[in-house]
Design a protein around this ligand. Sequence first.
Ligand SMILES: NC(=O)C1=CN([C@@H]2O[C@H](COP(=O)(O)OP(=O)(O)OC[C@H]3O[C@@H](n4cnc5c(N)ncnc54)[C@H](OP(=O)(O)O)[C@@H]3O)[C@@H](O)[C@H]2O)C=CC1
Ligand SMILES: CC(C)=CCC[C@@H](C)[C@H]1CC=C2C3=C(CC[C@@]21C)[C@@]1(C)CC[C@H](O)C(C)(C)[C@@H]1CC3
Length: 418
Amino acid sequence: MAPPEGPRAPLEFGGPLGAAVLLLLLPATMFHLLLAARSGPARLLGPPASLPGLEALWSPRALLLWLAWLGLQAALYLLPARKVAEGQELKDKSRLRYPINGFQALVLTALLVGLGVSAGLPLGALPEMLLPLAFVATLTAFIFSLFLYMKAQVAPVSALAPGGISGNPIYDFFLGRELNPRICFFDFKYFCELRPGLIGWVLINLALLVKEAELRGSPSLAMWLVNGFQLLYVGDALWHEEAILTTMDITHDGFGFMLAFGDIAWVPFTYSLQAQFLLRHPQPLGLPMASAICLINAIGYYIFRGANSQKNTFRKNPSDPRVAGLETISTATGRKLLVSGWWGMVRHPNYLGDLIMALAWSLPCGVSHLLPYFYLLYFTALLVHREARDERQCLQKYGLAWQEYCRRVPYRIVPYIY
Ligand SMILES: NC(=O)C1=CN([C@@H]2O[C@H](COP(=O)(O)OP(=O)(O)OC[C@H]3O[C@@H](n4cnc5c(N)ncnc54)[C@H](OP(=O)(O)O)[C@@H]3O)[C@@H](O)[C@H]2O)C=CC1
Ligand SMILES: CC(C)=CCC[C@@H](C)[C@H]1CC=C2C3=C(CC[C@@]21C)[C@@]1(C)CC[C@H](O)C(C)(C)[C@@H]1CC3
């Protein structure tokens, strides 16, 4: 269906050229990181020691395993949910319904993996399959994005995202045309954002921990910390699953290659980089240092969770006693903006907490290599860019009220610095 006439959203990510570069650069970066983590020098910058042949990338066993994983997560998604939540109001004034059973999927996956391991499933063999698994995940993301792009051609105009209707096929393929592609009750974006990638990430971490125990007798303290911190992050995301319904990804961005690849390939294979690094590059870590790192993670988590929960509670019910006493600014849309509490400290306190946690995930890997700090560097760039996109959207939505908020809360992410 033709995109609607009238003013279009400004192009993001450098327009069609930027999208074309990212289409190639993102998978190339992911493979570079996977290869670097397993190489001796573990260099973040510079070419990998050797390039893998097709036989190292392609494995029918990896393809089967990957499809079984996607099938399992889809089946868990379709199980009866403890709650069905409504999303934000759409352009046609309707609201979509979403099952809230992500945490249940995590627990059931853990039980199934536990049963499998006790029946002899070699979990420690998974780290050797990361390269072919990442390859099939990337192929899946390309094919799936093509399907999404074609599906959007027959979707009603009201179902299209504001950003993915430029008319340029590469740009729209990358950003995604349809906002909430679904088949019946199965919502592809919501499913991909929280299930196969996030749960896959902690499963890969666990397999790396098991492998380390096989190689060295027991997992290192650094490996325990990385596994524990990231499990807390993933468990938290699934526990607060409903909160994702108000994020930019669900309410604003279309579902195209960027999110499809990000969710199912980038997250599990690059977010597990610290654990991958530790398997081949063991790092000594004493108790005092480990305690300091735990404290940093706890501070980050406290800010991240406090800020996200405060905003979600306020958006769901501004008269909730936990937020009713906070100072607000009224906007012409009828919605209010918080100007005290976490959201009075900086304009994106949740990003600050997330970044502090990202630092805590890298510190157990020591300071001898830059590679385990990739997540922190990439995440800083992602959040700075995301913050700028969100500011543009909020200025458009709230106009003068947003300007007033920026005047009252002048810092974006880090108090007195940025
Ligand atoms: N690990 C990872 O790879 C990633 C993690 N994240 C995390 O995801 C979480 C969600 O992030 P994201 O979706 O970017 O955005 P936010 O949760 O920060 O939501 C931004 C929206 O919040 C509302 N808002 C902004 N300021 C106020 C205020 N003062 N009072 C009330 N509402 C306000 C606005 O929407 P409205 O007014 O319409 O409600 C705005 O568009 C964050 O914690 C982030 O760190 C994000 C990206 C990647
Ligand atoms: C470079 C690249 C491939 C970009 C795609 C970005 C995606 C990887 C991220 C965009 C927003 C995300 C969120 C999470 C994971 C990463 C992606 C998909 C998230 C699910 C992680 C857990 C958090 O608690 C969260 C639920 C708040 C978060 C939501 C956004």
